[in-house]
Every structure is written in structure tokens, then in C-alpha cells.
Design a protein around this ligand. Sequence first.
Ligand SMILES: *Cc1c(COP(=O)(O)O)cnc(C)c1O
Length: 433
Amino acid sequence: MNEDPRRAIPRTDSLLALPAVVDARTRLSGAAVRERIRAVQDRARRGELAPADVAATLAADLAATAPSTQTPVLNATGVIVHTNLGRAPLGAAAAAAVADAAGYVDVEMDLRTGLRSRRGRGARAALLAACPQAQDALLVNNGAAALVLATTALAAGREVIVSRGELIEIGAGFRLTDLIESTGARLREVGTTNRTHLRDYVDAIGPDTGCLLKVHPSNFRVSGFAADVAVGDLAAAAREHGVPLIADLGSGLLAPDPLLPDEPDATTALRAGADVVTASGDKLLGGPQAGVVLGRSDIVERLARHPLARAVRIDKLALAALEATVAGPPSPVTGYLHADADRLRARAEALATAVGGVVVAHDGRVGGGGAPGVPLPGYAVRLPEAVALPLRTGSPAVLARVHDGAALIDLRCVPEADDPRLIDAVRAALARG
Ligand SMILES: *Cc1c(COP(=O)(O)O)cnc(C)c1O
């Protein structure tokens, strides 16, 4: 009598004892490992896999399974702050700081006294050193939280005066108007879409005014017959009437960058008289997701003591990464922003030679709502559009820019050390595509 070949399929307990499976259990839960075992056994039961190959297939499958399903991506789009790819990539120092902070850390303790201390002292000190114009700093979960906390603490139940030209949608359907109104503050819109004058703000100031708000319109630009009011002029009016002025920078430069003359920065806004600025940690600051509040110590203190501050508290990993980003060498975002065009061209030519593509001029972008009109001159390797899918689903995953019927590989945001991996990935994708 012929034995059922399915009886030769290795049993779960023998598979669990394989060294590859024991090793995988340091990275994956018992349930996840059993699920993999069951899946491979099922393939053998269906006849898709020989019983003799079950152990090796399982080992290969588990070896390829990372503890997180978030797949690292080589960003070949030329867009530096790419929201769908997690915005700013952390530098080596920030990544190391995150690893160090993964265990127990003194995030809220003074180890000398053994007493509780203010959360995130190091990150605060690093920010104040990088932006001495600020009297104090507070870190929260993200830029939107910083803005919500500021408007809540300063204007809940009262009015936030803001220009109609600055009521923006910051992406994925999130509107600043909705965000601010969710805090219980009332929006007092002044001016028009294209022109707002100082007297529009001044006429609106009254006993119900909680604060003035100046928002950087980030991802859009009004040109032509347009006027807005500079922070300095608004600050003078705010001071005269005894109301605070918030400047929402959006992106997060701490000091001016000559490459981005129209991008606001914290130092300039505070020097011009803003009482507090709010900014985003993972846009041009180049750090982790975080919200940054910088400015007058009495106002920062008021925000820190507000009950909402607890609901938007920043996590210890982000604090570690932010401190390391601000106090450390230039972040990858800064490096990619200032990438040398000649070097980009040489790298693109090497890639084109290796894989057989054409080098074309290609502008990179800041992304993430930053400096929308500013092109960053560089180069890309032009490949057939059909290669984009195998590139995305290959290993490593590579995201090209699909444009005009082509897949464009821009090396601006690819660490140069990864060029050999990128070349291999493109070759593999061309072979598959
Ligand atoms: C991006 C942005 C925000 C929100 O910052 P997040 O860190 O994304 O929460 C707020 N205001 C402006 C002007 C922005 O551009």
C-alpha cells in the first residue's frame, strides 16, 4: 500500500526545533512563527512544495521576515521630505540615540538627586543652544499638536485672528481651520485670499482676542496682486494691544538657510517679535516626528502647564532623536538639500553606465510642504516606466519618480554608500520588468 505523501510533511514540533526557527523566535512571537509553519505545511499539503523542502523553505521565509513590516526604502524620487516615506530620514547619531533610549532612560529623572525632573532636558537645551533667540522651548508630539496646544492655551473660548490668505490645508484633508476650531477657539478671519493688511488685524483686535496667528502657507504660494503682513509689523501691533503673536512656521528651520530665502525660520521670526513659534521636527529640521514650540518663557510655561500638554506629550525615542539631530552633525535632510550637483551628476553617470540608462537634468524638491516653488537642480537616470513596480517591490525597495512615461532615478536622497545596492536593485528590476 502506498503511503500518503502528506505523511512525510515535517510535523510542527520537529520544525519548532530547527535552529532557524529557534533564531526567528528572538524576533517574532510564537504565534507568528506557528502561523509561518502552518502556511508552509499547507503549501506542502496542497502539493505545491515537496515535503523534503519544507524545512528549508520555512527557514528562508523566516530569515526574510523582519520584526516590523515597515520596509526600508531607497528614496530615488529627489523629494527630500517625503511624507509617504516617513518624512526625514534620521542620521547615524540620531539613530544611535534612539537605540540607546530604547531601554530605561532618565527622560524624567535627575540621576544625581534621584528626583523627578522636567521631561526631555537635553533636547530642550540643544534647541536653545541652536536658537538662542528663544527664552524657552517645549517639545510635543508633532507640529499640529504644537499649534493646537498654543491656540488652546492662549485662545480657548476666545478669538484667534488669522489672515484668510493663510487658512491652508496641510495635507490629506487636514485643514488648519478645523484644527484650530477643534480647540474651542474661534477663528477670526481677516483680509482676503490674496491681500491682508495690518489694519485688517488691528481692526479685529478686541476684548475677545486670544492671540494673533501668522501661518506660513507652506505648500502653496500666492503670486501677483498679493500682500501679507510681516511678522515684525504684526508683532508691533500685538505688543501695542497686549495680545500674543504665534508664528506657525510649519517646516522647522531654526536659523535662515540661504538656499531657501523664502522659508521662515525660528530665529528670524522670534527676532522680529513673534512671542512663540511652532514648527515641525521632521520637516526641514531633519529629525523625528515632533512639534517644537520656541519663544517667551512665560508663554512656553503656560503651554507646558496646560492639561492638553499631557495628551500631546512627546515620546522618549523622539526626544533622543531630536536632541541628537539638533546637537549633531548636519542631518541627512540638510545634506540632501545642499547636495553638490556635480557629484550628483557623476553618481548618475556611474549608475547609467552600470545599468544602461540615460542621464537627464532633474530638479529635486524639498517636499513636505517646504519651499514649494524652489527647484533643487540635479540629475536623474531615465529608465522605462515599467521598471518602477519591480523596483518598489524588490529588495532593497527603491522608489523612483514616475513622470512623463519614464521611471526617473534621482540620487539626491540616496546615501552615497548605498549606490552599489541601488545599482544591483536596478539591474534586478530591469531583469524582472
Ligand atoms: C506641516 C505643517 C503643520 C503640521 O506639522 P506636523 O509636524 O505635520 O504635525 C502645521 N502648520 C504648517 C504651516 C505646516 O506646514
